[in-house]
Design a protein around this ligand. Structure first.
Ligand code: KIV
Ligand code: ZN
Length: 522
């Protein structure tokens, strides 16, 4: 193995998916996993299989279908967790079980309510059990950076002794600082010499905005796996951002002895758009690498410099991260074959009914919009994936808007059991009216928490992409929609968010009825 190669462990579908309001269905997770494969990540942490049948099913589908990366499933140290993780990943060409337990006293005392001795025993038993199934086992001492380094070292030594092939050192609450993390890792290497023979990994959260800096410090201290998520999504302030780590290595790797990842950087922009679209988590405009302003120059002096020589104000070329790839253009006369070819060029394998459905959507849009570009196709395909789960569907709507009367909306919503419901309501504006009409028609009293509209491309006829976050019984859920008509896109997003919210409520009710607490996530 090349000693300068840094493994990219993507946790978008596990830690990233734990962000509030994100609820990806299996088809969406698969699409993201396929795209991560095209991006060339080394490991996909596909989920936490014990937490729900949906999570299990998605991890299993990814393990069975996605070729290339190692597919990992997360597990606490409990036997049932490890069994579920193994059953979910066992069909992958390269499966991994990732098990964890906290080593900080604050977690041991207050959350686990146990002792250090018990933690050592649980870590030993978990790694031994996981190794019976799988040759590739990762162990994480959770909250390591707030834990006593000597005790964490004892636990890591046990994991290594029992055959863990990767030991990951999480900065679970985003507390450490680069120099401190370096010192911590160096001390661990001294205390556990066996760490030199396996992969050491870093997993940093961004609570103080240091996730990427800390991860990089970890790599400089010897770690050769970085756990990160696309667009930096994840618990609270998120994880280290995958695109920042990959481009940091790509741009400055030579300055640090030739460190590099195996990612195809030209897939970064597309991966970021797909994740933003399916999760509903928009990327901030000035976000490094993938924000829409990351390669824009506003000041006259900068524009002048870049026109004369790009390198005057750009340290990376936008094409390196795939920002030039909107070349495909279809029009209303393009046929099924041209659409299929364009989708294939984008990496989507669409055939049979899915192709018919995509073609139908494409024709609808091409009738209203002159040119359909690669970005539009990405938006349409992502929108179709959202339909794969049974839920409420907005069949049709009428909205009357005027500056002299309150806007009024009538909607027809199909319930998951197929029955159609019709109803009307007024609102402060046309979008508010359609949302209220959907609530009153379905009898579900959801509260709107966030509503956003973005244009997929430039131009007056651009597709509108909407994102809705709503709250039902204290749980938030998100939905997205795409159309050339903003009100239609808003209505679609709202019913999808409603379907997700109802599904979450039903899952919680089932768990309560079975007297099982909702599964805890790390
Ligand atoms: O932040 C954390 O500690 C985690 C572990 C499960 C690795 O996500
Ligand atoms: Zn984490």
């Amino acid at each position: 193995m090349d000693p300068n190669r840094v493994l990219i462990f993507d946790t978008t579908l596990r830690d990233g998916e734990q962000s509030p309001g994100i609820s990806l269905n299996t088809a969406e997770k698969l699409e993201i996993a396929h795209q991560l494969g095209r991006l060339g990540v080394d490991v996909i942490e596909a989920g936490f299989p014990i937490t729900s049948p949906g999570d299990f099913e998605a991890v299993q589908a990814i393990a069975r279908e996605v070729e290339g990366p190692i597919v990992a499933g997360l597990a606490r140290t409990h036997v049932q967790d490890i069994d579920a993780a193994w059953n979910a990943v066992r069909d992958a060409a390269r499966p991994r079980i990732h098990t964890f337990i906290s080593t900080s006293d604050i977690h041991i005392r207050h959350q686990l309510q146990t002792t250090r001795e018990d933690v050592k025993g649980q870590a030993r038993a978990a790694v031994t059990h996981a190794r019976q199934y799988c040759d590739d086992v990762e162990f994480s001492p959770m909250d390591a950076t707030r834990a006593d380094v000597e005790f964490t070292a004892e636990v890591c030594a046990i994991a290594v002794e029992e055959g863990a092939t990767t030991v990951n050192i999480p900065d679970t609450v985003g507390y450490t600082m680069p120099a401190e993390y370096t010192a911590y890792l160096k001390r661990l290497y001294e205390l556990v010499p066996g760490l030199r023979d396996i992969d050491v990994s870093v997993h940093c959260h961004d609570d103080l905005g240091l996730a990427v800096a800390n991860s990089f410090a970890g790599v400089l201290a010897g770690a050769r796996q970085v756990e990160c998520a696309v667009n930096g999504i994840g618990e609270r302030a998120g994880n280290a951002s995958l695109e920042e780590i990959v481009m940091l290595l790509h741009t400055r790797g030579e300055a640090v002895g030739g460190l590099h990842s195996g990612c195809n950087t030209r897939e970064i922009a597309r991966t970021s758009r797909l994740v933003a679209r399916l999760t509903g988590y928009a990327v901030q405009p000035n976000k490094a690498i993938v924000g829409r302003n990351a390669f824009a120059h506003e000041s006259g002096i900068h524009q002048d410099g870049v026109l004369k020589e790009r390198a005057t104000y750009e340290i990376m070329d936008a094409t390196t991260v795939g920002l030039d790839s909107n070349a495909i253009v279809l029009g209303k006369h393009s046929g099924r074959h041209a659409l299929r070819q364009a989708l294939e060029d984008l990496g989507f394998e669409v055939s049979g009914n899915a192709l018919n459905q995509a073609f139908h959507r494409f024709k609808e849009i091409a009738d209203r919009k002159k040119h359909v570009t690669a970005m539009d196709l990405e938006a349409i395909v992502a929108d179709e994936l959202r339909e794969e789960v049974e839920g409420y569907v907005l069949e049709w709507f009428d909205v009357e808007a005027s500056s002299r009367r309150p806007p009024h909306a009538t909607v027809c919503v199909r319930r998951p059991d197929g029955t159609e419901l019709k109803g009307s309501f007024t609102g402060d504006g046309p979008v508010d009216a359609i949302f209220r009409a959907i609530n009153s028609t379905t009898g579900i009293d959801a509260k709107l928490r966030e509503f956003r509209v973005d244009a997929v491309t430039g131009g007056q006829d651009a597709l509108g992409e909407t994102s809705v976050v709503l709250e039902l019984d204290g749980r938030s859920a998100a939905g997205q929609g795409v159309s050339t008509d903003i009100i239609e896109a808003a209505g679609r997003a709202y019913v999808r968010a409603l379907s997700n919210a109802v599904r979450r409520r039903e899952a919680a009710e089932r768990a309560e009825a079975a007297l099982e607490p909702e599964p805890a996530t790390p």
